[in-house]
Design a protein around this ligand. Structure first.
Ligand SMILES: NC(=[NH2+])NCCC[C@H](N)C(=O)O
Length: 479
């Protein structure tokens, strides 16, 4: 869709898909196209499997009882609709801005800015939060395996009684350097970590099968359908991450085929692992035992199979799992930011690609340092819900984007198409809105405040510096 002959595009101006794509190969702005289908899929699994399955499963079990298994299925179904929409848009608009870029091509600049700003919160803040959790898990592992732990002063935020969280700072900076070094190197390290975390979950599943009993399955759903859906809203967090694959779009070797495969494939792999893990957990432990522990899977092996030593294996699994979540989400954060800078909504100079490494090095270091500072000082908590609301908001817009683009650009090449559109994208929107409505008012307020700050920045900076407005040609697009 073009903007008619309006000489100065308004805040709802839409970017043309073709120029969005052609800018990805621009001098100085071109990322290296080096990532294979396997690496992309591993990026998805890397971003998905983290605290959700290792920790949040306990909370789910306390809400839904054994029926938490159904909550895992339900949350997966809810994600599937959105994953299909991500797959369609990523394959047809392979630009690293992900939901931000798709929105720019469908709903216009200001909505794109809002979602980009939302993703900055969602990715950036969650990296900080996840890194903080990493420190906690590292301590748990050191304690379980060697009986030692880091002193509080250097492993906790001021609010939690420490001085600064050194492990969190360390992991963020280490990952930052890896990301600067190169996308292939990062993807390789990620693949290894994904192998480790899948092995640890497999270990859990196999041990659980050998010790399996059906006693804990009754009563199956003590809190009824309500319990299952409320737990699904919490479990949803465990599935977030397949969307991060789309931020690797520009670096994919074969975006048309590999992106849909990796987005849908990573969600499918994780769904299978999650459901089996949940079935296994209930097979060896009661929901109360799961709910009552910070490390529910380890508790299940300890109490259900008498393997207290297994705690260190699961703790190691959690540390590695969280490391790869940090890696992929920080990666995604830099790529979305990169796309926003390239479009001029943030300082364009930041979107330069380092010639030697082929990565946006300057921007990566800047973001890494900021997030490390945040991670040194903030406590965890609340952030899970903010992440959920931000992600769900992006899902809503991506599903809507599919429907709009089918109308405005029916002829656009679409290597992958969501089946039964618009029915499935509409279901995606409904599921996301439903899950959002389940979140507390305080989360909504924080979210809205963040968006208002973002709007102020847009009108002070982005509106004026946007590429779209700098040299508007007839039709609303420069050149
Ligand atoms: N985009 C994000 N903020 N992702 C956070 C990923 C969380 C991940 N699914 C986990 O269970 O730990």
């Amino acid at each position: 869709m073009v903007n008619g002959s309006n000489p100065r595009p308004g805040i709802f101006a839409i970017r043309d898909v073709r120029s969005l794509i052609s800018e990805t190969t621009e001098e100085g702005h071109g990322l290296r196209k080096a990532v294979s289908a396997t690496h992309l899929t591993a990026m998805g699994v890397g971003a998905i499997i983290g605290t959700g399955i290792f920790v949040v499963i306990g909370e789910g079990a306390s809400v839904a009882g054994p029926a938490v298994i159904l909550s895992f299925v339900l949350a997966a179904v809810a994600c599937t609709f959105s994953a299909l929409s991500y797959a369609e848009l990523a394959s047809s608009i392979p630009v690293s801005g992900s939901a931000y870029t798709y929105t720019y091509a469908t709903l216009g600049e200001i909505v794109a800015w809002i979602i980009g700003w939302d993703l900055i919160l969602e990715y950036g803040v969650s990296v900080a939060a996840i890194a903080v959790g990493w420190g906690g898990n590292l301590n748990a592992f050191l304690d379980a395996a060697f009986g030692v732990a880091l002193p509080d002063a250097i492993s906790k935020s001021p609010e939690d009684g420490g001085v600064l969280n050194l492990p969190a700072v360390f992991i963020v900076l280490a990952i930052t350097l890896l990301l600067v070094r190169g996308v292939t190197e990062s993807a390789r390290v990620n693949l290894v970590m994904v192998g480790v975390k899948l092995t640890v979950l497999l270990f859990f599943i196999v041990v659980a099968l050998f010790n399996f009993g059906t006693g804990n399955f009754h009563p199956f759903a003590p809190s009824g359908v309500d319990g299952v859906t409320s737990a699904a809203a919490i479990i949803f967090f465990a599935y977030i991450g397949f969307d991060a694959v789309s931020t690797g779009s520009e670096e994919a070797r074969n975006p048309a085929k590999d992106l849909p495969l990796a987005i849908i494939g990573s969600l499918a792999i994780c769904t299978v692992f999650y459901v089996l893990t949940a079935v296994g957990a209930i097979g060896i432990a009661t929901p109360e035992q799961l709910a009552g522990s910070d490390a529910p899977l380890a508790a299940a092996l300890d109490q259900g199979a008498g393997m207290s030593w297994a705690a260190s294996i699961l703790a190691l699994g959690a540390v590695v799992a969280i490391t790869s979540v940090v890696l992929v989400i920080l990666y995604g954060q830099t790529r979305i930011f990169f796309a926003m800078c390239r479009d001029g909504l943030l300082p364009e100079k930041l979107a330069t690609v380092n010639q030697r490494y082929g990565t946006p090095a300057r921007l990566t270091i800047g973001l890494g340092v900021l997030i490390a500072i945040l991670a040194a000082l903030v406590p965890l908590s609340e952030i899970v819900k903010l992440v959920n609301i931000g992600t769900l908001f992006a899902f809503v817009l991506v599903n809507i984007g599919v429907i709009i683009l089918r109308r405005t650009r029916p002829d656009m090449p679409r290597p992958y198409r969501v089946p039964w559109s618009p029915v499935l994208p509409i279901l995606g929107v409904l599921f996301a809105v439903y899950l959002m409505s389940d979140l507390p008012l305080s989360t909504w307020i924080r979210f809205v405040v963040w968006l208002i700050i973002g709007l102020a920045i847009y009108f002070l900076y982005g509106y004026r510096h946007s590429r779209l407005r700098r040299a508007p040609a007839p039709g609303g697009e420069p050149r």
